[in-house]
Ligand binder design. Sequence first.
Ligand code: B12
Ligand code: SF4
Length: 506
Amino acid sequence: MILINSSPRNALKYFQPFIPVSVPVGIGFLISYAARHNIKIHCVDEQVEEDTLQRIITLTATLKKPYIFGFSVLTSTLSSALILSKQLKTLYPDSIIMFGGIHPTAEPDEILSHPHIDIVVKGEGEEPVVEFYNAVKNNKDYTQIHGISYKQGSEIIHNKRSLSHISLDDDTPFPYYLFTNPKYELGFVMSSRGCPYDCIFCSNRITTGKQYRHRPTNIIIEELKTLNSEHGVTNVGFYDDNFLVNKPRIYNLVEQIKKNNLHKKMSFDFQARADNVDEPILEALRSASFNGIFFGIETADDNMMLTIKKGETVTDCINAVQLAKKYGFRVNATFIYALPGDSHEIRMKCIALTNMLQLDLVRFNNATPYPGTELFNIAKSQNRLYIKNTYDNFSAVSTFIEPPWSPTPFAYVPLGNTEAEIRRDILYSYFSFYLNLTRLKHVFTPGETNDKWFSIGKHILPTLILSSILMLKFVQLFYYSTIKKETRISLKFFLSVFKENLYIKQ
Ligand code: B12
Ligand code: SF4
């Protein structure tokens, strides 16, 4: 069996050279679970292969038929997964093409409407993959396996997913040793799964569910030791959706990190909800070299917080950021523009909040109605969902990364807003936040941000190209806001923020 991480090569356009290549985490866990059941699974990752198809052809020569090709698919990687899987089915007509991951879990019918795809695995794939592999290799019936969808003639059959999620209690260390390509960013640990909250825009729970589970602390410590001693990693980002859900395990982790002296060799970042933060936990985390926190603040308006079912208030967020700053954390955050109920006024409140809170890095994304989320259903029911080809326009960061001359149409524009205005508000937010010498220095100093999604490094030519594109965007924004007056950002406001950020605060 070969698991394939299909990925468009240039999805992030001019930003691509600055984005470290991430390990396909889900595939790593699947391989490790299968190995515990004496099944060897290979991984081919399009992000790092020179010639993916050739690599698969070479690998199949070492395998027994029927070949099983399993694709790990996000909405953003669907189109490349469809292309490669079709090529493989043409080359090996008797192979089994299986799709798993978040997008196929949300849209199994859509996936199986492609004639060359045989099976969809919904949700966490560990158990179904092992059962399916054993059934196929032993010529047994696989149609009763929980959580799969398959075809019977022209009919699509959906087997129910198992009621409980896989237990992580007897998990083994993540197989970092498999991801040897030097392009990979290995500084990550995934220590828990599942999120009990209900945010309408979030597709995190589609596969891993609402049931929060964490991996054993001794395994996490082992992973940290391996990363540091065998791979030279000194900064680790915890990829957990909600790192702080279970406080006793965090206190235990902190204790173990200190006991093993890891806090003297490494530093750590994590994502958390604002309402999970309190003084004792922050103090404990800082003492173990947890230096960076990422909060999804999303909006500066309490009515919007209710609409998006975030389950926390703007005041919760303000208090959490201020507490984190008090304990010396570097605080990064995201805001999501264009969620239902959003407006220009609310977006301007977000900018004011970012400056008031003195955040270190901020991202301003546009709401993207990923399949399987409540936002997807809202957008559809309001007749405001726009899917371009194979979800080509489903990108939360398109406004910032697209070239100024070819904007990506939004998948959703909420009532009372125009796409043009949202786009200009996003750009304006970025410029007003980052046109500040301290923040620019922070972003352009390699290693300063410790942010796993962006690293300037030594990319001189791409940096020049990127800077030129951003400059063009700046001129474009200035033109549309002050000369064409297409947005409500006035020249006075525009210049005052520019002046304040660039000169006065220094
Ligand atoms: C860590 C993370 C990242 C990391 C690393 C991603 C990676 N390589 O895995 C970084 C920061 C790089 C990243 C980037 C992006 N991410 Co991200 N990320 C996550 C996060 C928080 C955790 C992923 C994870 O490791 N989960 C744990 C593992 C165990 O779960 P899993 O990956 O789903 O795998 C299980 C099952 O899905 C299944 N499975 C997976 N693959 C397969 C394959 C087969 C054949 C089978 C049978 C089963 C199977 O079995 C696995 C084990 O149980 C998720 C949220 C979440 N909780 O899932 C978002 C998430 C996956 N990301 C998301 C997005 C949108 C992105 C970006 C597009 C953002 C952007 N605009 O830049 C990029 C795209 C990256 C890419 N390669 O295309 C969305 C995806 C939404 C969607 N519908 O596609 C999510 C769900 C967050 C959200 N917004 O809701 N991401
Ligand atoms: S946004 Fe965060 S808190 Fe909300 S459901 Fe998703 S992972 Fe949970």
